[in-house]
Design a protein around this ligand. Sequence first.
Ligand code: AMP
Length: 373
Amino acid sequence: MRAPLPPGSTIGILGGGQLGRMSALAAAGLGYRCHVFAPEADSPAMQVAAARTVAPYEDAAALAAFAAAVDVVTFEFENVPAATLDALAPLVPCRPGVEALRIGQDRILEKRFFERSGLPVGPWREVATREALDAAVAELGLPAVLKTTRLGYDGRGQAVLRGPADLDAAWARLAPRPLILEAFIPFEREVSAIAARGADGAVVTFDATENRHSRHILDLSIAPAPVPGAVAAAARGHVAQLAGQLGLVGLLALEMFLLPDGSLLANEMAPRPHNSGHWTIDACLFGQFALHVRAVAGLPLPQPQRHHDAVMKNLVGPEAFAAWADLAAMPDVALHLYGKGEAREGRKLGHATRLLPLGSVATAGDAGLLSPV
Ligand code: AMP
């Protein structure tokens, strides 16, 4: 697929969540139609799609019909089985391709990819047996973090080991799935950066973002990250380098730990729009979803310019969601709700981004930043 997709073309999206919803909304702004394929009916993306397929990702007949109905396929959910993209790839262009998906789904492949790319990562060990866990703890020391290699998100599938007494319970909870042990990183801040790579190979990046978590779920993103310029540039450089190395067409998000000495360790990547990039919708002329759609559709990628500083707050669970009417009344807050039926505890139901004048983050200090949203 060389020429840009003309308006009126159909973008197929695998996955029905909020990332697909916001991608579909951005696509609509460029005159594209979106066809969402997901196992769940009435999911956030389905509600705003022009066409829908409700079927399991393994349904070969449904995938073939989907491929015939769309001009290009992308995904919003990184746990789409790689076999699904393998089935689609001979029939329709898939952006990004299966390689980025496969690596992003597996912490071991991901860490090896970071290491091959020359990106620093924290100490880690593969843990296949209970004895291997003891050996890894002996080598890396405690505290440490035991994680499943696959299907972990928002802190699910991981356990912090603070002392030897924690090992049995963590093993009982997480095994027999494949696991890794990571040394606990005493980071100063968590930082992420997002790159978009176009079909022509051009790469652009958004400002680095600081992320703060609450109970393992992203709570706040602060943009630009209040870090020295060299750190922000390194964060952007790392993700741009990885995007180039993968040769992907689409978005790549990279989460990093900032150490007290100013160096960055790569933690995790995702070849899709990312929660830590939601602020870009409102604070940049072209946000992450717009660039995702542009990349997938083969359009040129403008370098995103941030016209405001921003603080994004996730609305997680019923209590945070209850503030929606107050947030909707604030003139400098952009409220985004995801149309999720059930306001379960721990579920991301929406987000709110407060726009601040350029330069506010650098001068405000933490207290001034965190109170607004
Ligand atoms: P992850 O699923 O790998 O993104 O981990 C979720 C969150 O857990 C991270 O954003 C960190 O706040 C924390 N975390 C994960 N791995 C480590 C580690 N090795 N050391 C310290 N904190 C970690």
